[in-house]
Design a protein around this ligand. Structure first.
Ligand code: TPP
Length: 363
């Protein structure tokens, strides 16, 4: 007698609409409105150009260590554009594209990666949590926000972002379980960029997909081509609508690639091949989307040049503002650590201040 099996839904859908060769199936193309498509492109290009500028600023010693977003623009902008300002996000530390959509100024990452607290102060009226460096801690906060939304019956949703490495953290699993049990309006956006610093995806988990982690917690997980903004947007919109109408959580695994370094303190040539990077460069989210927009006559060479020029001006303005700013107080990080500073923290602050004075960097 064969043993019985337990009936569960073990399927993980994979959505790809626009790959590096074009639209994979015309029936899947959501035929989004031209204005929306143009805005998506503008945010993607702004994120790419700002990212390039931040790397240069770091190399010139004008900001500190920086964690780039190159290659992950579609995953971030496609998801961020699926929610409204009344919804919330709980981010990790590589979501600059998402932040620009949500209304953070271009100068903010310069302050943040320049080591100043000003860069992590959420702008007035923006429903985002600050950048969270402790890996996956933000997923619990995101679920907490979603729980509050449910209790208050607001019909809002919370997106929480993490990386492939983040799916190995206990916090993530606790957040997933809680979200499933209470059927909370939260969407987990896993940006699978193939690496957690030098640790490759294949060493992260034996699971075939990261999306299937959701099945164990009783809700849907979907895998999408994370370099395809159309697929990301469609999947995010569906998950958000489901959450908004009481259908509970979803996990979206955006399969993408970190085209740049983990941070500017990293040397990826030590753990991955140039050839692999070249293969992924061909799948760059911006190249295929620009081609699609040109074919649909949403963009032409002149309008792309105009967008480039606008962005260049905005970035210059942000750099000028950052470098002329005189309100930075290097002691701020100590002030924002704990509501009631511990004796140890006070001692550390005194030691820091003495060292700054000795260097002539503080009066
Ligand atoms: C709890 C915790 N452990 C370790 C670190 C050090 N750390 C910073 S980023 C990172 C890798 C994160 O990888 P992933 O979640 O895939 O995100 P990615 O950096 O690729 O965007 C690690 C281990 C940390 N910040 N927090």
């Amino acid at each position: 007698m064969p043993r019985k099996t337990v009936e569960i839904e073990p399927r993980v859908e994979y959505l790809s609409i626009l790959d590096e060769h074009g639209v994979v199936d015309a029936a899947l193309d959501p035929r989004l409105d031209g204005d929306l498509l143009a805005r998506m492109f503008r945010y993607m290009l702004a994120t790419r150009r700002l990212d390039e500028r931040l790397i240069n600023l770091q190399r010139q010693g004008r900001i500190g260590t920086y964690g780039p977003t190159r290659g992950q623009e579609a995953a971030q902008i496609g998801t961020a554009m699926s929610i409204g300002p009344e919804d919330w996000t709980a981010q990790a530390f590589r979501e600059m594209g998402m932040m620009l959509v949500r209304g953070w100024g271009m100068h903010m990452p310069m302050f943040f990666w320049g080591g100043h607290e000003e860069g992590n102060v959420v702008p007035e009226g923006v429903n985002d949590l600050p950048i969270a460096v402790p890996v996956s801690s933000q997923t619990l906060h995101g679920v907490g926000i979603a729980w509050a939304m449910k209790l208050r019956k607001t019909n809002n949703v919370c997106l929480t972002y993490l990386g492939d490495g983040g799916t190995s953290e206990g916090d993530f699993h606790e957040a997933m379980n809680f979200a499933g049990v209470y059927s909370l309006p939260v969407v987990f956006i896993v940006q699978n960029n193939q690496f957690a610093i030098s640790h490759p995806r294949r060493m992260q988990t034996r699971s075939k997909t990261l999306a299937q982690k959701a099945l164990a917690y009783g809700f849907n997980g979907i895998q999408v081509d994370g370099n395809d903004i159309l697929a990301v947007y469609v999947a995010a919109r569906e998950a958000v609508e489901k959450a908004r109408s009481g259908g509970g959580p979803t996990l979206i695994e955006c399969v993408t690639y970190r085209l740049s370094v983990h941070t500017t303190a990293d040397d990826p040539t030590k753990y991955r091949s140039e050839e692999e990077v070249r293969q992924w460069e061909k799948r760059d989210p911006l190249i295929r989307f620009k081609k699609y927009l040109m074919e649909r006559n949403v963009l032409d060479d002149a309008s792309v040049a105009g967008v480039e020029e606008d962005i260049r001006g905005q970035i210059k303005e942000a750099v000028d503002y950052y470098e002329a700013y005189e309100g930075v107080d290097p002691v701020d990080p100590f002030r924002y650590c704990l509501a009631e500073p511990s004796a140890e923290l006070v001692a550390q602050q005194r030691e820091f201040e003495a060292a700054m004075r000795a260097e002539g960097l503080m009066r």
